[in-house]
Design a protein around this ligand. Structure first.
Ligand code: FRU
Length: 494
């Protein structure tokens, strides 16, 4: 089956069949990472939402599980989160069993059709078998709709600093914060965002959590905030804010209090990383902020040329918070669990070439590979990377050093005619790092590229659909190249 071999990723999560969007309810417990997702099990386009489910020991190899939550008379099951209630604050536990609580949005299609505004509310469900079977709380909703049309995507954390359950909810043009002691009774404590950040769309799928600043003991709070449309390169995108939280009010850093639409605080500047959030209940001794996103964009997600399934998650990523030029930045990198699946197929310490260099492979394509290279920039002003095949498909990306911009151009990447918005705009991203050496690290998996420049200071993730696998990798520049620490790895799951 051509679709399976050419389009289905080999080490990223996709549902076996049908439609998927946002990641939901991610938690870790007893060695297992759980991932739920917006799922419509009857078609390859969006429909009445369920929570699909998958489990993994390492966030790389996923096993799809039976559907976790199905729509009912109160509505569809929209995005949300899950936490482990180890002290049984909710009182749902029986026989000392560990309780997992999921909080999600009910979307009532009947009230929506009737033209009412109040069709989204927040609800909970609990699981006493570590996330496989769920019971919906009979007193749902726990937060009724206050008359706001976009009122969804609750993300709960255990806030150990302020000893509370803390929830952030997206409400059209801002986020609401809520506090609870038992996960059933919620009190709204503050709001944020009306006057800062990108607003050319609806705010959705927030996440809010503390992070340690790299290389210090300082703690800052991070609000991840997706919006659609209005993303940096059009359609869906995910911005973030960094600041302090006193248990009630989030105060962003001063330079984040009046950000305009084109600000530079985006988790990923590519078109295809949306609605991503972090795992809950990661043991404190691990301490990582672990993230996954939906690798598509509402501009064209429902038309991409896969036939049995639609959409892929990003590679699981570790987020870091780092102060760069007096500003806090979120850096991302693939989780270290991926290392185990790498095999080096090419390694060079120093390659002095002319203005172009090509690596090509006759026997094996480059479609489940990871590339990393360091490029001293010296005289280089333009740097382009090209992945191509014998059908003249090519995916181009690179750096325009004069204007400090990275870009991805997928105009000729393969099948693109399913939606004109797919290629309408070359994606760009600011280069955050000022280093004289460019570090490039990217992962290819059949239909996606995830580029982590400068140790993850600028990230770009995009999807594409080549007519046949890419077999050539070319680097082209205005000046002679010195390529240092150039490594190509193959990534294979077994
Ligand atoms: C984001 C989103 C969420 C919503 C879900 C519905 O992609 O629109 O706001 O809960 O998808 O599937």
């Amino acid at each position: 089956n051509e679709e399976e071999s050419v389009f289905r990723p080999s080490f990223h999560f996709t549902p076996k069949n049908n439609w998927m969007n946002d990641p939901n309810g991610m938690f870790y417990l007893n060695g297992t990472y759980h991932l739920y997702f917006q799922y419509y099990p009857e078609d390859i386009v969006w429909g009445p939402m369920h929570w699909g489910h998958a489990t993994s020991k390492d966030m790389i190899v996923w096993e799809e599980q039976p559907i976790a939550l199905k729509p009912d008379e109160k509505g569809y099951i929209f995005s949300g989160s899950a936490v482990v209630d180890s002290k049984n604050t909710s009182g749902f536990s029986e026989d000392g069993k560990t309780t997992v609580i999921a909080m999600y949005t009910y979307h009532d299609p009947k009230r929506e059709k009737q033209g009412e505004k109040d069709y989204q509310s927040q609800a909970i469900a609990y699981s006493l078998d570590e996330g496989f079977n769920w019971t919906k709380y009979r007193k749902n909703p726990v937060i009724p709709n206050p008359g706001i049309q976009d009122f969804r995507d609750p993300k709960v954390i255990r806030d150990t600093i302020n000893d509370q359950w803390l929830m952030v909810l997206a409400t059209r043009d801002r986020s609401y914060f809520y506090s609870s002691q038992n996960l059933k009774d919620w009190e709204k404590i503050s709001e944020f965002g009306e006057t800062t950040g990108a607003h050319n769309g609806v705010w959705e799928c927030p996440d809010f959590f503390p992070m340690k600043v790299k290389g210090s003991d300082e703690i800052k709070w991070v609000l991840i905030q997706s919006l659609n449309p209005g993303g940096y390169n059009g359609g869906s995108g995910t911005q973030y804010f960094v600041g302090d939280f006193d248990g009630t009010i989030f105060t962003p850093e001063e330079y984040m209090q009046n950000l305009d639409e084109k600000h530079s605080f985006w988790l990923d500047f590519g078109k295809d990383n949306y609605a991503g959030v972090t795992w809950s209940n990661i043991p404190q001794k691990d301490g990582r902020s672990l993230f996954i996103g939906w690798m598509s964009n509402w501009l064209y997600a429902q038309e991409v040329p896969t036939e049995k399934w639609r959409s892929t998650m990003t590679i699981a990523r570790e987020l870091e918070l780092k102060k760069m030029d007096e500003k806090y930045r979120i850096l991302s990198k693939p989780v270290r669990e991926l290392n185990k699946y790498r095999t080096v197929i090419f390694a060079e310490n120093k390659l002095n070439t002319g203005k172009t260099y090509t690596y090509s492979s006759e026997e094996e394509d480059l479609m489940n590979n990871e590339f990393s290279l360091n490029l001293p920039l010296d005289e280089i002003n333009k740097l382009e990377f090209i992945l191509s095949n014998s059908q003249n498909d090519s995916l181009k990306f690179g750096l325009n050093r004069i204007d400090h911009q990275f870009y991805i151009n997928r105009k000729k990447s393969g099948i693109t005619d399913f939606n004109e918005k797919f290629t309408q705009k070359t994606s760009t991203a600011p280069r955050i790092s000022k280093s004289d050496t460019l570090k490039v690290h990217f992962i290819l998996d059949k239909t996606s590229i995830e580029i982590f420049y400068d140790d993850g200071a600028t990230v770009m993730s995009e999807i594409f659909f080549p007519n046949e696998p890419y077999t050539r990798f070319t680097i082209s520049s205005n000046a002679n190249l010195t390529i240092e620490e150039f490594e190509i790895n193959r990534i294979e799951l077994d």
